[in-house]
Design a protein around this ligand. Structure first.
Ligand SMILES: Nc1nc2c(ncn2[C@@H]2O[C@H](COP(=O)(O)OP(=O)(O)OP(=O)(O)O)[C@@H](O)[C@H]2O)c(=O)[nH]1
Ligand SMILES: [Mg+2]
Length: 558
């Protein structure tokens, strides 16, 4: 059996079907099953149809009981294959005629799929004593269906299944039944997307007075147009007198010889699927620039805002502040003049320290709770050997608000189902993100070494104070002028005080620098964490949506 694939035979539909298959896979777990199932059904049918017998064109005759389906079937075949009788319904299971006997085997899987029993799978040649007849309808598989309005329920199912696999649907009616509401509602209106593969036949026109035929046909045309089937040919015929049969044959020949019917049918299915999927894939709020394929998946502002929020939630600047404070206090103590222990200079330089501390704080302010907690932690440290404060965990509430904000920003251009999926994905990052930020905080290293020149400075303090004390003692020696030693004693004392102020200021500055380095290190670490745990997953989700959208645009293309 020659298998012809969709994309070989009908490039346009084939490419659209391929895109639809990718779209269904990409949209799995993103779009509701009820939206994807019809697409899967079309793909399944397309695979089955093209995989079996793309060489054939399936023409199905459908309609109510007694309208003359079997009579027309026989008239087209040229011999009475399908029983025609007065008893109703006459045709109780589908009958198919494959135009050429040598193609029956090839068409068999298709006929099985159509639910035509083996004994009802006939060929025109065998019926005509194997005289090979080649005509314009070569390749045709004509199917005579049981009536669609039968009380026998299986008929309904058989009709529905066959309609789904048809390449050309010929709806037959007669002057009595053509206005039947159930036929119009259930088949014509419901299948209005398939207008291009339909033909409507008004049979039994020989029963009408000659002048009523055109009136009745025009009435049917009006009803059919009201069903949404604009442009569908309505052909008045009589299976009995063969009037109008040439036109019906011509119409069928046109479709069959073009071998376009299957592709048209699929294209119509894909059109319908695309129409249904459109609101699920294209957001009404999608800004114009979102269509630009080169655009970054996550906007720079959203990224920057998330990073700011993350640093604040981690208390990066608070930690730096606390670290600076801790190092400054210890550094300043190491270079202070011994006079401070007397209490004389306790307040001197505190203003400097406070001002230095304030100006050293990074401009951005963290949440007061985080900042306080860190400072308390630093001050509570009892081990003088360590200058590194134990980190507090990331502020979970602040982290939640970071996630909510980036979810709001990134889901805005998406249609609802995709937006929901992305939001869920973002919220699912909460735990791993918090854990990695905590780990980064714990691993952060800070230069907390005491001032390098502290021994020198302490020695200078000792020298200044000793010399000062010496000149005080000399001032009281008899015969010594008081003024001269007193001035020198005061100068040496002042020397120690000035050295104290200078060295303490330097110690604070170094502490602030250490804090800034800590901020820098942590920021780099947090950026890596955010990329892995947050921006990466968001980017993947957005890329998934983009690819679904690109496939959808191919599916839509005509
Ligand atoms: N006058 C007239 N009678 C017709 C015409 N076509 C069919 N009939 C008659 O209408 C009756 C029903 O014809 P069928 O071909 O069996 O109708 P069907 O649509 O196949 O009916 P089911 O198999 O029961 O669904 C038969 O008695 C036919 O002889 C026609 O064009 N003119
Ligand atoms: Mg019949």
């Amino acid at each position: 059996m020659r298998v012809i694939r969709a994309n070989q035979r009908t490039i346009g539909v084939g490419a659209r079907l391929d895109a639809l298959a990718r779209l269904v896979t990409t949209s799995e777990d993103r779009l509701p099953q009820s939206a994807l199932d019809p697409a899967r059904e079309v793909l399944r049918r397309a695979a089955a149809r093209f995989g079996m017998s793309a060489e054939h064109t399936v023409v199905i005759l459908g309609g109510a009981t007694g309208v003359g389906k079997s009579s027309l079937f026989n008239a087209l075949v040229g011999i009475g294959l399908s029983p025609v009788a007065v008893r109703r319904p006459t045709t109780t299971s589908a009958i198919a005629c494959v135009w050429e006997a040598d193609r029956l085997a090839e068409a068999k899987p298709l006929l099985d799929r159509l639910g035509v029993e083996e004994r009802q799978q006939l060929t025109r040649d065998s019926a005509l004593d194997r005289t090979i007849v080649r005509d314009a309808l070569a390749g045709l598989v004509l199917v005579d269906l049981p009536d669609h309005d039968s009380a026998v329920r299986e008929h309904q199912a058989e009709v529905d299944q066959a309609v789904g696999l048809a390449d050309v649907l010929v709806w037959i009616t007669d002057p009595q039944k053509y206005a039947d509401a159930s036929w119009h509602d259930r088949y014509l209106k419901a299948l209005s997307h398939h207008a291009d593969i339909m033909l409507i036949v008004l049979n039994q026109i020989d029963r009408l007075p000659a002048e009523a035929v055109s009136e009745c046909t025009a009435d049917l045309v009006r009803l059919v147009e009201a069903d949404g089937l604009t442009g569908v040919p309505v052909i008045p015929v009589s299976a009995r007198t063969r009037e109008g049969l040439d036109e019906l044959r011509r119409q069928l020949t046109e479709r069959v010889s073009g071998r376009r019917a299957a592709a048209d049918r699929l294209a119509a299915d894909v059109d319908r699927i695309a129409e249904r999927l459109a609101p699920l894939l294209v957001s009404e709020t999608r800004p114009e620039q979102q269509q630009d394929g080169d655009e970054a998946l996550i906007a720079d502002e959203a990224r920057a805002e998330a990073m700011d929020g993350l640093r604040a939630a981690a208390g990066v600047s608070s930690l730096a502040d606390a670290v600076s404070e801790r190092i400054a206090v210890r550094g300043q103590a190491a270079v202070a003049t011994p006079l401070r222990s007397l209490g004389a200079l306790r307040e001197f330089g505190d203003g400097t320290r406070r001002n230095g501390g304030t100006s050293a704080s990074p401009a951005r302010t963290d949440g007061p709770s985080g900042a306080r907690a860190l400072r308390e932690l630093v001050r509570a440290a009892t081990d003088p050997a360590t200058d590194v404060p134990a980190p507090v965990p990331v502020d979970r509430a602040a982290l939640d608000s970071v996630l909510t904000r980036i979810a709001d920003a990134t889901t805005k251009p998406l249609p609802p189902d995709w937006a929901r999926a992305l939001r869920d994905r973002i919220m699912a990052t909460r735990r791993p993100l918090a854990e990695r930020v905590d780990a980064a905080l714990a691993a952060c290293e800070i230069d907390a070494r005491p001032p390098t020149r502290r021994v020198l400075i302490q020695s200078a303090h000792a020298a200044f104070l000793t010399l000062s004390a010496l000149w005080v003692v000399l001032a009281f020696l008899p015969g010594m002028p008081v003024a001269y030693p007193a001035v020198l004693a005061a100068l040496f004392l002042l020397g120690s005080v000035v050295l104290d102020a200078t060295a303490r200021r330097t110690a604070r500055r170094n502490a602030v620098t250490a804090g800034r380095i800590a901020v820098g290190q942590l920021s780099v670490e947090l950026a890596a964490v955010a990329q892995d745990e947050l921006f990466g997953p968001i980017g993947a989700e957005l890329a998934r949506y983009r690819s679904a959208l690109a496939d959808f645009e191919t599916v839509q293309a005509h």
